[in-house]
Design a protein around this ligand. Structure first.
Ligand SMILES: [Zn+2]
Ligand SMILES: [Zn+2]
Length: 134
């Protein structure tokens, strides 16, 4: 695939993706809602070896559903959430797709934590839906 690039709102944090996403999921969990300020987050699960970031992110150590730490990386200048690493999923990063420069060709295959989804939002066509995680 062609490389994709992305950045935060102010441009201090930039990244490139060197490979295809392993999964694309819309996450409706309350943490994604809080962090994004929106009602769900579109997340790309990437191999960490396919992800190159420049600029220094700040990190908030969150606690995931499993009780394991989730390191949420964001831009300390503009506050944009960029990616997370999950202690329970070594070798992977979870990228906030809204930070990509171009979202063409990317659509979710799954929706997770639909038990937290807002009632007015229709299921995304073609996705498998899970009340919590997969
Ligand atoms: Zn920024
Ligand atoms: Zn989530």
């Amino acid at each position: 695939m062609t490389e994709r690039s992305g950045k935060c709102l102010c441009g201090a944090i930039r990244y490139t993706l060197k490979g295809a996403p392993r999964a694309i999921t819309a996450c409706h969990c309350s943490h994604c809602q809080k962090q994004s300020g929106s009602v769900f987050s579109l997340n790309l699960v990437m191999r960490d070896t396919d992800f190159e970031v420049t600029g220094e992110t700040r990190v908030f150590v969150d606690t995931g559903d499993s009780g394991d730490p989730v390191m949420r990386h964001f831009c300390g200048t503009c506050g944009a959430p960029i990616y997370a690493t999950i202690a329970a999923a070594p070798g992977k990063i979870v990228l906030k797709a809204g930070t990509l420069d171009d979202l063409a060709g990317l659509r979710p295959q799954t929706e997770i934590y639909t038990e937290h989804a807002v009632a007015w939002l229709e299921p995304i066509a073609g996705t498998k839906r899970y009340p919590r995680h997969i």
